[in-house]
Design a protein around this ligand. Structure first.
Ligand SMILES: [Zn+2]
Length: 202
């Protein structure tokens, strides 16, 4: 089984003046390789480095980074992991299955995110809706399946399928609902894009 640990619990809070505090949740997966999901916002750069240090890991010990989608609050610290393979859904033709990049090498390689294996007990599913490129990482752990959902479920209130999204903000509200349903059926726990781990009531 793999292990999952939240390194940074992201915020998503309106502070007035049309501003919002924004930083995503960053998660470490320990399997046969070490994976970071959503390295997050620049403001959390030092916190991320020290959270990894507490786990006995340096930046160079991270083998892969998976981006749940390409919004800036989830992706900026990716540059820290220049030796890792950076996995993301490609925004473009729908039949293109995904890819990874190596920043230090400046290379890109095609990779079928939904069928090829990144690590043991780690699987990726497509969860569009919040954005066009949304993916969710499913991790088999001793406690059950943990879904690292990014903004497919951005915080606790979106566990409620009766709550509807604003079509002016979301890419596709129907797909958003389908994706949430899919995640809640599979997962025992959800790590949302912003906030701490949530238990799925079955
Ligand atoms: Zn977000």
């Amino acid at each position: 089984m793999a292990e999952v640990k939240i390194l940074i619990e992201g915020v998503h809070k309106i502070i007035g003046d049309g501003k919002m505090d924004i930083g995503c949740t960053t998660t470490l997966i320990k399997s046969d390789i070490n994976i970071i999901v959503d390295p997050g916002a620049l403001i959390n750069k030092d916190r991320l480095i020290s959270a990894l240090k507490k786990e006995g890991l340096g930046l160079e010990d991270i083998d892969a980074v998976i981006l749940t989608h390409l919004h800036i609050d989830h992706t900026l610290n990716t540059f820290l992991f220049d030796k890792a393979r950076i996995f993301l859904r490609f925004i473009g033709g729908s039949s293109y299955p995904g890819m990874f990049q190596k920043l230090a090498e400046g290379t890109l390689q095609r990779f079928d995110l939904f069928n090829d294996i990144i690590a043991k007990n780690v699987k990726i599913i497509e969860t569009q809706g919040h954005s066009i490129d949304g993916i969710t990482i499913l991790v088999k752990t001793n406690n059950g399946v943990v879904a690292i959902a990014g903004d497919a479920i951005s915080d606790e209130e979106w566990l409620d399928l009766n709550k509807k999204a604003d079509p002016n903000i979301y890419y596709d509200v129907e797909k958003f609902d389908e994706s949430r349903k899919k995640i809640l059926e599979i997962a025992d726990f959800v790590i949302p894009g912003h906030g701490g781990i949530l238990r799925v009531s079955k």
